[in-house]
Design a protein around this ligand. Structure first.
Ligand SMILES: [Zn+2]
Length: 317
């Protein structure tokens, strides 16, 4: 029982804590170094109002942004064996997990949920980069499988939004096993004839980019997002070449046909709804266009994943 430790120290702590708050009110844009007021930043969905730089966004905010009225039901992630290798580097892996949970208020690096988009059922799984760099271990793999199976059960499209450094090295080979498993998860959705869309966000790298992230029926990317397998520096050191400007950025990948579109965050929900509407309508009215030599051809308004690709009609018959 000491007057200093029971009374004076808590008072000092309280004073110090109060002083910390104002620092969080302003954010510095990492691209243009302008200061942005925190409320303004949240209102702009964490996109810099000065230069348009897309900052990372938490998974929960991402889901609120995409579902109707920001409402969704999170899918309970399946139980998994925690720390199967009893891994320890500078810290024990279980301690790292505990710290990540405390810092992010999330159980894992993946948040999967179902809800409605424009009134229609949809399943979205978003990565939380703040949780151990969005790394993919057993829990994330299981979560993606659960999300895919729910999509099949609800006959709903699956949207996955990676933001990940890749496999979770603390789970060794078991984290690498999530690459084929997530590919199988996605295949289940595709086999059911349901749309699978990926929204590649900053960063999508390593084992995540080398598995489910590159398999979307439609691949959307956010402006400026780093998307690739290995980091730029490692590639440059290996091949001893200087890589071109903008290499591994969303816009570069769009130019080289690796992604289908680069979409501003504020337009993402409308773009997804539009895409889903186009993919959902199984039989849109087809226009019959007469050809000059009397043949006619049906114009399909959409790409039907159920139907095998039509062979080009033999012209010289
Ligand atoms: Zn900026």
């Amino acid at each position: 029982m000491n007057w200093i430790s029971n009374f004076v120290r808590p008072k000092i702590r309280a004073l110090v804590k109060k002083a910390e708050v104002p620092e969080n009110l302003w954010h510095k844009c990492p691209a243009c170094t302008q200061m942005i007021f925190h409320r303004e930043l949240e209102a702009s969905l964490r996109v810099c109002p000065h230069c348009g730089h897309h900052m990372r966004i938490r998974a929960r905010q991402r889901l609120q942004m995409l579902f109707d009225d920001g409402k969704f039901t999170a899918i309970e992630l399946p139980e998994i064996v925690v720390d199967p290798l009893r891994f320890r580097d500078r810290k024990r892996y279980v301690d790292r997990l505990r710290e990540a949970t405390a810092a992010t208020a999330e159980k894992e690096a993946l948040l999967a949920a179902h809800g409605r988009m424009d009134g229609e059922a949809a399943v979205i799984a978003a990565f939380d980069f703040d949780f151990m760099g969005g790394s993919m271990g057993l829990a994330v793999g299981e979560g993606l499988l659960a999300a895919a199976r729910l999509a099949v059960m609800q006959e709903a499209p699956l949207i996955v939004i990676p933001a990940s450094g890749g496999a979770r090295m603390q789970e060794g080979i078991l984290s690498l096993m999530q690459m084929p498993r997530t590919v199988i998860a996605v295949e289940e959705v595709k086999e059911a004839g349901l749309p699978y869309i990926v929204v590649l966000t900053d960063p999508t790298t390593g084992g995540v980019s080398a598995s489910f992230a590159m398999l979307g029926d439609v691949a959307i990317a956010e402006p400026g997002a780093v998307i690739g397998f290995t980091g730029r520096r490692v590639i440059e050191e290996t091949i001893r070449e200087t890589l071109p400007e903008g290499f591994q950025r969303a816009e570069y990948l769009l130019e080289h046909g690796m992604v289908d579109m680069v979409v501003q965050r504020r337009d993402l929900r409308a773009t997804l709804i539009n895409l889903l509407r186009l993919l959902r309508d199984k039989r849109p009215p087809a226009a019959i266009l007469p050809l000059p030599h009397g043949e006619s051809v049906r114009m399909h308004g959409r790409h039907d994943t159920n139907r095998p690709a039509a062979k080009p009609a033999a012209r010289n018959a």
